[in-house]
Design a protein around this ligand. Sequence first.
Ligand code: ZN
Length: 273
Amino acid sequence: MTFIDIGANLTHESFKNDLDLVLTNAKLAGVIHIIVTGTDLASSREANNLTKLNPSYLSSTVGFHPHTADNVKESDFKRAIELIELKNVVAIGETGLDYNRNYSSKKAQLKIFEQQLELATQIKLPLFLHQRDAHLDFYPLLTKYRHRIVGGVVHCFTASKKILDSYLDLDMHIGITGWICDERRGQDLQKIAHNIPENRLLIETDSPYLLPRTIRPKPKSRRNEPKFLPEVAKSVSEHSRKTPEEIATITTQNAIALFNLPIKDLIVNNPVD
Ligand SMILES: [Zn+2]
């Protein structure tokens, strides 16, 4: 089985000392490509620098996470555009709205999100989107720009069936993390996982966050890593009436297609046939 991790925060300080080993272990687990998430100017630059060491294995995003919105300056956007034009950048983001923690003001979040939507209409890269407790503001903005952007993924989806349907109506992709492996707070997601159409499903670890709680034996460290992505696929399969092989195949194909990833010679059997 092969897997693609569409969201890993590999510029996080917890990976500073052993990133090579983390990547080796990911490869051994069948992870054939990782998209490194950028969350502000510095991490977007750092993420792109990582891809240069291993361009066939790593891609990156460029964007401003809603948590950082208060600190984004106009000049940062100019620099972001320069970064986006670099090789191996496959998406704009992580961007969106987060009213759960409100680390930045709503006003700044809305402004920075809309600026990135606008950017996506010009650059024609898919969006890597984050939405937490902010659907009522997030959805109208996404709808307003949807016909002018190439698409994107609502990453780490954890919301209701109704909200899932509204994103699918906009023909967005849905990213599932280890949240689905959580026997308590993942219950709602487990119930609706089978409603995500095959051609819209993506999987991600969101490393170092969201270590899947189902891993046995329990890892000594609480740090999540791309090597645990198969655990997410396994859980999605259990809750969506598909085999792990089917989940691996369709999510790999979807990631390559949405992000136009530089993966050639991929042998994919289609177990659906
Ligand atoms: Zn996020």
